[in-house]
Design a protein around this ligand. Structure first.
Ligand SMILES: C[S@@+](CC[C@H](N)C(=O)[O-])C[C@H]1O[C@@H](n2cnc3c(N)ncnc32)[C@H](O)[C@@H]1O
Length: 316
């Protein structure tokens, strides 16, 4: 295994009391511990701070680095369906939450520049020229990740920069695992023992023109190669993480039109009710944006639900 599992045992929980968080406590510690490594070789950028729990965690680490620092925080700062339930804050969908973020990061406010924007509307000039630490917790799909990558890749410093990616092993954002498996120049250094965060070191100059994410998309690979890469990746993971993400390969195969392979893989995967809940959430999201794709998920879901109801050891 070429990376370490971060358990946070040697790191104290940063103080973000009172700030609702979508990251786990171990991930908050990982933000802190990553930020502590700051050397001042480039700027620090966070994409997707939400209400500021991750921001406060990483600011704690930046203070501990002993370097002079400033931080650019990029987010649409627009309220989404589901945020009220997660935070207990009553805002309407579409409302700005920038002022709540600013209050929550008040102790560090003078060091933080905010950029309220959707990733798709960002311009390269809105980023610092060089980035040493990049914290990302916003893109959930290949498309949005590719948009962000086009803006930041050339600003990362080979041999110096670190990228913390909160959604790396997030089951329903499974395209992102593939982004990081297929884009060269990034090496996984840490996985959080809880949650989905991966930390990567930048080993080579990243060049979106030379390594265009569109050309590197898994749809260009034969299914046998995808299966081989997936097994290699699973082989690197500890058992709990393996069980956590294995089912997401079915979703990828299904998306790419390898429906027979998706079903075969689904039959050998150990499914839990939690997996089904997660797949249903992808299905429901797609029903609005991509109904055709959602129908394919619907068929898969019915099969998986039936498989879960069958006594173990029996099959159709
Ligand atoms: C999962 S939350 C981040 C949680 C946060 N890091 C924490 O510690 O609790 C994702 C954030 O990314 C932002 N976001 C999602 N998609 C975005 C996009 N396409 N452009 C800009 N911001 C986006 C959301 O507004 C939200 O604040």
């Amino acid at each position: 295994m070429g990376f370490a599992i971060f358990t946070g045992e040697d790191t104290e929980l940063p103080d973000y009391r009172g700030v609702p968080a979508m990251i786990s406590e171990i991930e908050a510690k990982l933000y802190r511990s990553t930020a502590r490594t700051y050397t001042g070789a480039g700027s620090v950028v966070e994409v997707g701070p939400w209400l500021g729990a991750s921001t406060r965690s990483l600011c704690t680490g930046l203070n501990e680095s002993g370097r002079d620092w400033s931080l650019t925080c990029i987010d649409s700062f627009r309220w989404n369906a589901g945020y009220s339930q997660k935070s207990g804050i009553a805002l309407e969908v579409g409302d700005s939450f920038l002022s709540i973020f600013e209050q929550n990061v008040a102790p560090y406010r003078s060091r933080i520049a905010t950029v309220p924007s959707y990733i798709s509307d960002l311009r390269a000039e809105q980023f610092p020229k060089t980035i040493e630490l990049l914290f990302i917790d916003a893109p959930k799909s290949w498309k949005t990740m590719a948009q962000l990558y086009a803006l930041v890749a050339s600003r990362l410093i080979p041999g110096r920069s670190t990228l913390l990616f909160q959604d790396f092993l997030h089951f329903t954002s499974y395209e992102l695992i593939w982004f990081f498996l297929l884009i060269p120049g990034l090496k996984l250094s840490h996985l959080s023992s809880e949650g989905s965060t991966g930390v990567f070191s930048v080993t080579d100059q990243l060049d979106p023109k030379q390594h265009d994410p569109q050309a590197l998309h898994p749809r260009h690979l034969p299914v046998a190669r995808l299966q081989q890469l997936w097994q290699e990746f699973l082989g690197e993971l500890p058992e709990q993480k393996r069980n956590d993400v294995d089912g997401s390969f079915v979703l990828l195969l299904n998306d790419l039109g390898f429906e027979a392979e998706a079903r075969t893989y689904a039959k050998r995967t150990v499914w839990s009710a939690r997996d089904l809940k997660r797949i249903r959430s992808v299905h429901d999201r797609l029903s609005i944006s991509e109904p055709k794709k959602a129908r394919k998920y619907g068929v898969l879901l019915e099969e998986l639900e039936a498989a879960l109801k069958r006594p173990p050891g029996t099959s159709t």
